[in-house]
Design a protein around this ligand. Structure first.
Ligand code: HEM
Length: 245
């Protein structure tokens, strides 16, 4: 059975999760072994109850804000051709796209491509917070649930709100990787993180700058495909329209 299926269909108590250690080591939040009566436990199980891919409430016109930023950064004019536009998306302009960087991070928070990641212990060990693990134990951290915990992200955890990543001057403010765990944290953090952001920014700036996307069938339910990586069952079918500048 695929891992996400397992996570979605089994009572949370049947999964060994040493999340408190992760938090204490990297983030400093005291979770106290996630007692089942605790608020954090409720929050955690609630995050997994929402294993359906519903489009949550989002911040006002984030799409339009991205397009505006792309326009300003690339100094787009109404008559700029597609090729000229692509040539303008360089290192310097990408660095100016702070809101886009925030919007991508917000997407990865809610929809991390690696929704759950498990490790096996080779031998008995004690984690830095004193939690004991034994050889053969499986330890799992779950970016999908962690990205939706209100005690980590606030009451608006379910909202798509890129602004949460920006400081008062509109500059991107990175989060601790043990809170935003989509790329893992520590010595084995994703080596391609910066490269991935660069690719995502280039792709989104070009696609959103030149096209408007609409769901081809708004009524069709959107579900996850249960895989090790988070995928959409059957793909997400969109209609693309030229954006009128
Ligand atoms: C949004 C895109 C990406 C996400 C969310 C992501 C996420 C992750 C995660 C969670 C891990 C840890 C896996 C584990 O140890 O269990 C990882 C490892 C790694 N990633 Fe990525 N990744 C992304 C893109 C990339 C790209 C584009 C590259 C290469 C250009 C890359 C290269 C690597 C490498 C080499 C490791 C292994 C690091 C190590 O074990 O020391 N990743 N990534």
């Amino acid at each position: 059975m695929a891992f996400m299926d397992f996570l979605c269909n089994h009572p949370i108590s049947s999964i060994v999760i040493v999340m408190d250690s992760m938090f204490k080591v990297g983030f400093g939040v005291k979770v106290d072994s996630l007692h089942q009566s605790s608020e954090e436990w409720t929050s955690f199980t609630k995050a997994f109850d929402d294993c359906k891919m519903e489009q949550g409430p989002s911040s006002d016109n984030s799409n339009e804000k991205i397009v505006q930023e792309v326009k300003e950064a690339t100094k787009l004019k109404d008559d700029t051709s597609f090729n000229e536009f692509v040539e303008h998306v360089d290192e310097e302009t990408l660095d100016k796209m702070q809101y886009l960087h925030a919007a991508l991070s917000e997407t990865l928070r809610l929809y991390p491509p690696v929704p759950a990641d498990a490790k096996f212990c080779f031998s008995d060990d004690t984690l830095p917070d004193g939690f004991s693990v034994r050889g053969g134990d499986q330890v799992c951290y779950t970016p999908y649930a962690m990205g939706r915990l209100d005690f980590l992200w606030g009451d608006d955890a379910k909202f798509f709100r890129p602004e949460r990543w920006l400081d008062e001057n509109g500059f991107f403010r990175p989060e601790n990787p043990f809170k935003f765990s989509a790329f893992q944290g520590g010595p084995r953090i994703c080596l391609g993180k910066d490269f991935a952001y660069r690719q995502m920014k280039i792709f989104s700036a070009i696609m959103l700058g030149r096209f408007v996307f609409k769901l081809s069938d708004k009524k069709k339910p959107i579900n996850y495909k249960t895989m090790l990586t988070l995928q959409i069952d059957g793909g997400l079918h969109l209609l693309a329209f030229h954006r009128l500048l």
